[in-house]
Design a protein around this ligand. Structure first.
Ligand code: SF4
Ligand code: SF4
Length: 467
């Protein structure tokens, strides 16, 4: 007599069960019933399976729409082993892994566009097809262009009900491994900070273009460098950092937005691009790059298909030592960012005795002031951070040996100067540095004339010495 085939009984993996009840209808033996308890991991009520009299027909497994709800015993064992392997702290991808290909872009004539539009075009060329945002002046025109162009490119534009919703949509989209961005402005950026902390904690990429306006509070819609301290020092709770790019031209709005996506995936971390209201509105000639980017799907993405279904994106680590290890891993990543991503433009700095430090739109006035000062025989130079975090201290230190004065020009109450002072301190540079400043706020930008006047009106201060 042939042996009786024993078919394996299904295994219920409760945390994946949605409680839809399809398996209940499928089981002719009546071995499955509705559950009563909420599962702590899913917040849903899974079914109760009574497999004692199960004949292993498998109809319930076939009926289950969840790939890992009801499974065979062998698959359950394999999944359990896999879950053990991917417990936190999860292994990080090597820094150089950026899942993207490049394709040649036909050569064309330069565009003449405003800064926000240049950033939107840069995002599209970087392969971004997902935009979430909440309109706020003076950033809205970037979002408007994305709304016009994304549908025809098969992308998604979604106006969220708030900035808080926006950043959490970005968290989900970035977690699925998709290039995602938003345009916002200072009060909106403030509202996103908690979500940015979650994205940093979960190591999720995303690009935030913050077209800064005057504060505090509602302030006004005039240009200000109001958010340097938030972007550099205040990205929500915890030990957080992100590369903060500071463009000064429409061309850099495009180039740096493309770069932001690359860095965001390279480090699995949000990237902030700080423009100001003037730069967002400023029209300029923009040359398109030779290549556009076709993003691939990162191995870590939670994209829902079979290959990625077992991935996990989360920022919660209930075991204290796991959380500490995760933080140490993040700090090591920030150190790599600080080492590899410092960027600066040096304009006539080679023999500069007066070193002007400025970024975004005030750097344009500062550059004009440097030219005017050179015309009257003053050896001035402009040091322009293109990343304000990490501050490009490596490029600055060699200039300090010659500089007799350092003048920070900014449209805030000293936020850029604070970054400079911190960078000097961390680098162990002399505390004998005398730093002067030209500051305007409230939507007023420092003019070329007042920078020249301030510098010509003051005599040489103590020698600046780098340690
Ligand atoms: S395998 Fe068949 S008998 Fe067993 S629980 Fe599923 S449907 Fe019921
Ligand atoms: S069919 Fe799957 S998801 Fe639905 S109740 Fe049954 S086990 Fe749960």
């Amino acid at each position: 007599m042939a042996p009786v085939e024993v078919r394996p009984k299904p295994v219920l993996r409760s945390k994946y069960c949605k409680g839809c009840g399809r398996c209940i209808d499928a089981c002719a033996q009546g071995l499955i019933e509705r559950g009563t308890d909420i599962h702590p991991a899913s917040g849903l009520v899974p079914i109760a399976l009574h497999p004692e009299a199960c004949n292993g027909c498998g109809l319930c497994v076939d009926a289950c729409p969840e790939p890992y709800g009801l499974v065979s015993a062998s698959l359950a064992a394999e999944l359990d082993a896999s879950e053990d392997r991917r417990r936190f702290p999860h292994p990080r991808l090597p820094a150089e892994e950026v899942p993207a290909a490049r394709a040649a872009l036909p050569e064309g004539r330069p565009l003449v566009v405003k800064g926000t539009h240049a950033a939107a075009i840069g995002a599209l060329l970087a392969g971004c097809r997902h935009f979430f945002g909440y309109p706020i002046t003076p950033s809205t025109e970037g979002a408007e262009l994305m709304a016009k162009l994304l549908p025809s490119l098969g992308g998604v534009f979604l106006q969220a009900p708030s900035e808080v919703a926006t950043v959490n949509m970005m968290y989900g989209c970035g977690g699925a491994g998709r290039p995602v961005m938003t345009f916002t402005s200072s009060p909106g950026f403030s509202l996103m900070l908690e979500g940015i902390s979650y994205m940093i904690g979960a190591e999720v990429p995303g690009v935030f273009v913050d077209v800064m306006r005057a504060g505090p509070g509602l302030g006004n819609i005039g240009p200000e460098q109001a958010d340097l301290k938030l972007a550099c020092r205040g990205l929500g709770h915890g030990n957080t950092h992100a590369v903060v790019l500071a463009p000064a031209t429409p061309q850099e709005m495009l180039d740096f937005t493309m770069l932001a996506f690359e860095l965001s995936f390279r480090y699995r971390n949000p990237v902030v691009l700080l423009a100001d209201g003037h730069l967002g509105e400023m029209t300029g000639k923009v040359t398109l790059p030779a290549e556009l980017v076709r993003p691939g799907e990162p191995a870590w993405a939670v994209s829902g298909d079979a290959a990625h279904r077992r991935n996990l994106i989360a920022s919660i680590l209930l075991k204290e030592t796991d959380q500490e290890a995760h933080n140490l891993g993040l700090l090591e990543k920030y150190a790599r960012m600080a080492e590899g991503e410092q960027r600066a433009e040096l304009f006539r700095c080679e023999d500069a005795e007066v070193l002007v430090v400025a970024c975004t739109t005030p750097a344009r006035m500062a550059k004009g002031a440097v030219r005017a000062l050179r015309d009257v025989g003053i050896a001035a130079g402009l040091f322009r951070p293109q990343t304000v975090w990490p501050f490009p201290i490596r490029s600055l230190l060699p200039l300090l040996g010659r500089a007799r004065r350092v003048v920070v020009v900014e449209a805030s109450g000293g936020q850029l100067e604070d970054e400079l002072r911190l960078a000097l301190s961390h680098a162990g540079a002399s505390t004998g540095v005398e730093i002067q400043h030209v500051r305007r706020m409230g939507g007023v930008l420092p003019s070329q004339g007042e920078i020249v006047e301030a510098i010509r009106g003051k005599r040489s201060s103590r020698k600046v010495v780098a340690a």
